[in-house]
Write a protein that binds this ligand. Sequence first.
Ligand code: ZN
Length: 91
Amino acid sequence: MKKREVPKRMCLGCTESKEKKALLRIVSHEGKIFIDAEGKMDGRGAYLCKDSLECLEKAFKKRSFERTFGVTLDKDEKERICLEVRKLGNK
Ligand SMILES: [Zn+2]
């Protein structure tokens, strides 16, 4: 029997490939970063491990968002993203 391949996406932080359901989708819109909790937002998407502020920190350090989306994140923006990730992780 052939095993069905689960599509995998790479986390911006740890760069591990995981199933989509283990990841948060991040999209950028007009220079801002949003967490796409429902997976329905338009735009360019990237992924980050769910419940992992560590991966988020890594992504910040590596400037992954800047490189992936061509945005500039200031401190406030990073804090906002941090809060959103935390909020979703606590669901
Ligand atoms: Zn990760």
